[in-house]
Design a binder for this molecule. Structure first.
Ligand SMILES: Nc1nc2c(ncn2[C@@H]2O[C@H](COP(=O)(O)OP(=O)(O)OP(=O)(O)O)[C@@H](O)[C@H]2O)c(=O)[nH]1
Length: 735
């Protein structure tokens, strides 16, 4: 056990909490609530069950020890430490595994508590089997009641009370489990309380009825005994009056009287000094009541009837008898003496024998048994040992045992009655049948309780799924990725209003989110479009020449290697041409820069129209110079197409002068058209083409000049360029 856990301030607070709860439990258990039969409620145990919901083993064990000490004081059986102590630890362990207290306790009593209690009772006590079964059931019932009470306390007591003290995990459960537990708890408590109230009320009513019957019966029986004594005394009194007339044969008359009253064991007549004159049994003289007996003397003196105390007499001198006497008078009216009789009392119980359901004990003033029903373990004329468990109170009969003072179950309900002569009549009704009735009702009630629990559990399962299904559907619908597009699914028409409201609220929110989402998407699309356009514009700006729309020099340099690789892969030559407008300066000078710009644009368009293949690339190289990169174009085709271009330029009006004359111009073109492997350096190619251009200019302009058969450009390209240039002359355009 982890007593170390009690270390530190938190541990000390836990110890204080366990001690506080344990002491409350101890106090409550000192006064178990008596219900009926032998059933008592031990609500104090609820305290250690409550403790098990919050604290660990050590704290619960300590709380249980305190609580059970209260029970030990009131019950006196040390085995409670075992059965209930195990219960405390078992419930703590199960709570740790996430069980509800009520279910954990029920499981304990079914699996361990009831079998263990039955075993202990069978071994340690000499009890009837049915009584053991009933006691065991009673323990289980008790367990369920106080664990249900503890569970309610757990629900009711604010969590803040045990804040920081918790050793048990906080359990997050599904709604249906919570609902089911709450309903089972409620049902258990309601049914148990109803069962207890109903059964104890019924039992009390039965006991009240029984007690009132016993009261009547005891009074009636006592009356019969009084009658019995009175009748016999009357017989003697009457005999006292007629005895003088039959003086001749008084003995015969007395024998006749004895025949009429067989309980007179013997009869006799004394004189006024107590000397026996006549005796029905002269062989054994009538016990003298005279001389030393002051009461008898007084009775004689005053001519009053006399009744002795009970003493042993009769056959063998062992039966309880008494002597009664009445005065007799002589014919002159004077007191003659006393008519005496010995009266047998042991058969008085026969008055009660008609009622088989009850027994009786009649005791004299000194508590000695005078007469008792057959079968009772009592000895005549010995003081009766009556172990009365509860005194008679109010309308309840006392509980009485004749055999053992500490027997767990009383043997009889008893009602005592004091007769006129101070004899005690004890009326006894066997306890067992009444207890059996109570037990039957209790077991029946317990069975109904279990049935109700099973039904409640099954019903709440259905009910909770009926309540939670719409919530689960809603949660599932919300979790769907395409939530925004579709409306939330409708709920069954019988759904709770709160859930319907929740659904409506969620649907409104969904629509708002969806609208917002769509708006955002539109915005994003618009922004993306704008961004793409801006990017395209930027791209254009980055790679195009603003005036002519042709690619710029940087773009040309970027694309050069790509297009060269294209030619390499195709094993084709590549052509690079530099186009330079002839005498462009004079156009500027004569017509102004605007016209010059117009010419540049028109020139670029004309070139682009001529070389419109996908991979042809026209870039403005600077001023009025353009570069044409023509992949997959061999020299022959290049020559043909560039000449065609040159002619087309020459006959294409590029702009209008102030005088509305069409402005025509020519261009010189320097070309290099070789295997693409020739050089991987754009500048080398440009230089070679520039050389050719230079020659075109030098040769009179408006012509296409080629360089060819360039073998090792990197070594000395200029030399080979000079040697291999092939000019193609055209008509010189006007400037
Ligand atoms: N309008 C206009 N003129 C430009 C532009 N860029 C360069 N120029 C002009 O182009 C002219 C080029 O003149 P030059 O290099 O002497 O060449 P050219 O007059 O064409 O003579 P050749 O090339 O030898 O036939 C210069 O006068 C520049 O001012 C431009 O963007 N717009």
């Amino acid at each position: 056990m982890t007593w170390k856990r009690f270390g530190g301030p938190r541990g000390r607070r836990r110890l204080m909490m366990a001690t506080g709860l344990g002491l409350v439990g101890l106090l409550v258990n000192l006064f178990p609530i008596p219900l009926f039969s032998n059933i008592q409620l031990v609500l104090g145990n609820a305290l250690f069950i409550f403790c098990a919901s919050r604290l660990g083993y050590a704290a619960v064990a300590w709380c249980a020890l305190l609580t059970l000490t209260g029970l030990y004081i009131s019950w006196g059986h040390p085995i409670i430490y075992l059965t209930f102590g195990l219960e405390a630890l078992f419930v703590t362990a199960m709570r740790r595994r996430g069980w509800y207290l009520l279910y954990a306790d029920l499981l304990y009593w079914v699996l361990i508590g009831m079998p263990l209690t039955a075993l202990l009772f069978a071994t340690l006590f000499d009890l009837q089997r049915e009584y053991i079964a009933f006691t065991v059931l009673k323990q289980g019932f008790n367990g369920m009641l106080y664990s249900a009470a503890a569970s309610v306390a757990v629900l009711m007591v604010p969590k803040v009370w045990s804040k920081g003290l918790r050793q048990q995990p906080v359990l997050v459960r599904e709604f249906r489990h919570k609902l089911s537990h709450a309903l089972v708890l409620l049902t258990t408590l309601m049914l148990m309380v109803s069962l207890l109230v109903y059964t104890s009320h019924l039992m009390r009513a039965q006991q009240t009825l029984l007690f009132s019957q016993m009261k009547d019966n005891s009074a009636q029986l006592a009356g019969q005994f009084d009658d019995f004594l009175q009748r016999h005394m009357d017989a003697l009194t009457i005999a006292g009056h007629w005895l003088p007339d039959v003086r001749v044969d008084q003995r015969t008359s007395l024998l006749q009287l004895q025949r009429q009253y067989p309980d007179f064991l013997r009869l006799g007549v004394t004189d006024d000094r107590g000397v026996i004159l006549v005796d029905t049994d002269p062989g054994a003289p009538l016990r003298s009541q005279s001389a030393e007996n002051a009461a008898y003397q007084s009775a004689v003196r005053h001519a009053r009837p006399y009744q002795s105390a009970v003493y042993a007499g009769g056959v063998g001198g062992l039966e309880p008898v008494l002597v009664m006497a009445a005065p007799w008078y002589q014919s002159d009216g004077n007191l003659g003496g006393m008519v005496e009789a010995t009266l047998a009392l042991s058969q008085l119980h026969q008055f009660n024998d008609l009622d088989k359901t009850q027994k009786m004990v009649l005791m004299d003033q000194r508590g000695r048994v005078i007469s008792a029903s057959n079968g009772l373990p009592l000895t005549l004329l010995q003081p009766a040992k009556l172990y009365i468990r509860k005194p008679e109170t109010g309308e309840h009969a006392a509980e009485l045992s004749l055999t053992q003072p500490e027997i767990p179950l009383p043997e009889y309900f008893s009602k005592s009655y004091t007769m006129n002569n101070d004899w005690q009549l004890q009326l006894l009704v066997p306890y067992r049948p009444a207890a059996e009735r109570a037990e039957q009702q209790f077991v029946l009630g317990l069975g109904m309780l279990l049935l109700a629990l099973v039904l409640t559990s099954a019903l709440t399962r259905y009910l909770s799924s009926y309540l939670t299904k719409p919530l689960e559907n809603l949660a599932r619908a919300i979790a769907q990725p395409e939530l925004g597009e579709r409306p939330l699914p409708g709920l069954p028409s019988g759904s709770a209003r709160e859930i319907l409201v929740l659904r409506e609220e969620l649907e409104t929110q969904r629509q708002a989110i969806h609208a917002h989402h769509e708006e955002l998407e539109c915005k994003v699309a618009r922004r993306t479009e704008e961004l793409a356009q801006a990017n395209a514009r930027l791209e254009q700006l980055a790679m195009r020449d603003g005036l002519t729309g042709a690619f710029n020099r940087r773009y040309f340099e970027q694309q050069f290697e790509t297009l060269r690789q294209l030619c390499l892969r195709a094993g084709q030559p590549m052509t690079l041409a530099i186009l330079d407008i002839d005498h462009f300066k004079s156009i500027n000078d004569l017509h102004g820069h605007l016209v010059g710009d117009q010419c540049l644009r028109a020139f670029a368009n004309t070139v682009a129209e001529q070389f419109g293949r996908r991979n042809d690339l026209l870039a403005r190289y600077g001023g009025e110079e353009f570069v044409l990169l023509l992949p997959l174009l061999d020299r022959e085709n290049a020559q043909q197409q560039l000449n065609a271009l040159r002619q087309r330029i020459a006959c294409t009006p590029m702009a209008q002068t102030d005088t509305e004359r069409a402005l025509m111009l020519t261009a010189s073109i320097g070309v290099i058209s070789v295997d693409s492997q020739w050089s991987d350096c754009a500048q080398t190619w440009l230089d070679a083409a520039d050389k050719a251009l230079y020659r075109a200019k030098s040769n009179g302009r408006n012509q296409v000049c080629f360089h060819a058969n360039l073998q090792e450009p990197n070594k000395n390209p200029a030399v080979s360029l000079e040697n291999t240039a092939t000019p193609t002359t055209g008509t010189k355009g006007s400037g």
